[in-house]
Design a protein around this ligand. Structure first.
Ligand code: RP5
Length: 171
């Protein structure tokens, strides 16, 4: 079974998309990932979508740079949630992809996350939150991961405070 379909517009996007896959693996969420382009292979994109929806895909995550049409093109063809990751892949530094991904017309939303690796990670976290609404195991793994992140912040705070001392009551 495949809960999440991850599309990237080009193999050149792989490095920026990998953190998304790492989070999905951390949460044990089954996914299918491939390269498909809204512009270069529109028919393949549509065929893939159909096949993956039949195999149980519930959410599409689409990453693309430049005139990033992939997430919007997928949103146009499904009732399922679509999460878009804009990538900085041109001299415009990702503003092109960000606006192309986020500015969807009413009724065809693309939940647009931040650019590049940070966005890739949050795409997976957001997809996990959506699945967690009806999947108690994913909800528990998500909650545990959040607790780990909070523990990491507290440990870091302790280390920094120990290194620099209590500044506010030195007088
Ligand atoms: C987009 O164009 C892709 O998502 C990629 O970010 C960008 C450049 O693609 P390549 O020319 O490297 O294949 O469609």
């Amino acid at each position: 079974m495949c809960r999440i379909a991850v599309f990237m517009g080009s193999a050149s996007d792989e490095e920026l998309v990998r953190p998304c896959l790492e989070v999905l693996e951390q949460l044990h969420i089954p996914y299918f990932v491939t390269v498909t382009s809204a512009h270069r292979t529109p028919e393949r994109t549509e065929e893939l979508m159909r096949g993956l929806e039949e195999k149980g895909a519930q959410i599409f995550i689409c990453a693309a740079g430049m005139a990033a049409h992939l997430a919007g093109a997928v949103a146009a063809r499904t009732l399922k949630p679509v999460i878009g990751i804009p990538l900085a892949a041109s001299p415009l530094g990702g503003m092109d992809a960000l606006l192309s991904t986020v500015q969807m017309p009413p009724g065809f939303p693309v939940a647009t996350v931040a650019l590049d690796k940070a966005g890739a990670r949050n795409a997976a976290w957001l997809a996990a939150q959506i699945l967690a609404l009806s999947d108690a195991e994913i909800a528990e793994r998500f909650a545990a991961a959040r607790r780990d992140m909070q523990t990491a912040v507290l440990r870091a705070a302790e280390k920094i405070e120990q290194a620099y001392g209590p500044q506010w009551n030195k007088d």
